[in-house]
Design a binder for this molecule. Structure first.
Ligand code: NAD
Ligand code: ZN
Length: 385
């Protein structure tokens, strides 16, 4: 028998050590952190600190932990990560907690890795699936995608307080739904193509199945959950959607794999026209682009566009600030989306730059028709562009 000279491709599934979700979960952060360290540092911007300090102070006091905040600068850039890593080392901290949204959480992971200590995610919005993953998205100083930074472990603990999620503006939740809907569209493509995932292995059945479960929950519960959150309510639909956005989408994208939707997201960050959009909002434009690029049945593309338009997600280039730009601007987006190493290369086929640009352009018509069917007004170009 001929010797197989190629290294075998292995299946990999990664997950955080523990996931805790519910109203009042932040009030338990002290006792949940105690087994992980005795000198925690909490990385939070002023808004998040203002919202959470009143709950965290008694929680940390009960657990006999010092409550030390570090002010987060707002973007996971190399310089911000380096700065926080120095604060961790100088203060002798043994665990770092990213409190808030995806950017604070990603910065805490990177700084924790540099400092050689465990990191914890404490989410106060369900706007992305960043809290569970073993990677950070690193940005350039001017807010463009720079790179994915991978770690050999996931957060030691993930805490999501649905009371805070429900009290936050509903736009955060809809962005998280956009991020999570992409997970199945991308995991399905990775499975079909036998491509590798974000944990450098073939997808496990578990990773792909969790991506699908997230999708099913969102089609069932997203409209009701958004309506509840608009009124500050925590209902079973809200709990289900927060789990879909955070845990299921997180495990699903990481161990199920990313494809074109997130590559197009990364491409969109390259031009400043789109910087007013949240991560999950840009991802929704990416999901539509991937569906068009794959030649998905028109009925499926239309259904997806209408569903996401009804959820308040952008479905047109116009809403992304790119409705009237020339090809040279879209070509910048496409160049970044198709850069070597980008996840678009996980598709079963290799689209040309021209095909990606045409798919992006085609999203405008798909999205406009969907908005009309949903009874929404014509899309507007955001202020400033
Ligand atoms: N590492 C990963 O796996 C991964 C996955 C998806 C996204 N991301 C990254 O996540 C980032 C996007 O995260 P985001 O969309 O959460 O944005 P963000 O972190 O930029 O913003 C969160 C904002 O919400 C505010 N906020 C937080 N909690 C609040 C509350 N309860 N009420 C009111 N305001 C509140 C914060 O002050 C902040 O301004 C991007 O950098 C993206 O690349 C990473
Ligand atoms: Zn994402």
């Amino acid at each position: 028998m001929a010797e197989d000279t190629q290294a075998p491709q292995l299946r990999v599934f990664a997950s955080p050590g523990r996931y805790v979700q519910g109203r009042g979960a932040l009030a338990r952060l002290g006792e949940l952190l105690a087994p992980l360290g005795s000198r925690p540092l909490l990385l939070a911007d002023d808004t998040v600190r203002g919202l959470t300090e009143g709950v965290l102070a008694p929680a940390f006091s009960r657990a006999e932990l010092p409550l030390t905040f570090e002010r987060f600068g707002g973007l996971p850039t190399r310089s911000e990560i380096g700065r926080v890593a120095r604060v961790l080392a100088d203060g002798g901290h043994d665990v770092v907690v990213g409190v808030g949204g995806g950017t604070a959480i990603d910065t805490a992971k990177a700084a924790g890795d540099d400092a050689g200590i465990p990191w914890v995610s404490a989410a106060t919005v369900a706007s992305t699936d960043a809290p569970t993953s073993a990677l950070s998205v690193v940005y350039t100083e001017d807010g463009g995608f720079e790179s994915y930074r991978f770690y050999d472990r996931n957060p030691a603990l993930v805490v999501v307080d649905t009371g805070f999620v429900a009290a936050a503006p509903a736009r955060f939740l809809s962005a998280g739904i956009g991020d999570a809907l992409a997970t199945w569209i991308e995991a399905r493509a990775v499975e079909r193509a036998h491509s590798t995932t974000m944990v450098d292995g073939l997808p496990t059945r578990a990773g792909t199945a969790l991506a699908r479960l997230s999708w099913d929950i969102l089609w069932e519960s997203a409209p009701a959950a958004l309506e509840a959150v608009e009124h500050g309510l925590v209902t079973p639909d809200v709990e289900a959607v927060v789990e879909a956005n955070t845990l299921l989408s997180g495990l699903g994208f990481e161990s199920g794999g990313l494809a074109a939707a997130h590559a197009v997201h990364d491409g969109l960050t390259a031009v400043e026209h789109t910087h007013h959009l949240a991560h999950g909002e840009k991802v929704n434009i990416g999901s539509l682009t991937q569906l068009v690029l794959e030649g998905a049945p028109a009925a499926e593309v239309d259904r997806f566009a209408e569903f996401t338009a009804r959820l308040g997600l952008p479905t047109t280039l116009t809403e992304a600030g790119l409705g009237d730009v020339g090809d040279e601007v879209l070509d910048e987006v496409v160049a970044a989306a198709t850069a070597p190493g980008e996840t678009i290369h996980n598709l079963a086929f290799s689209p040309t730059a021209r095909e990606v640009r045409d798919a992006l352009r085609a999203v405008e018509g798909v999205g406009r028709r969907a908005r009309r069917r949903a009874g929404l007004e014509e899309p507007r170009t955001p202020g400033g562009h």
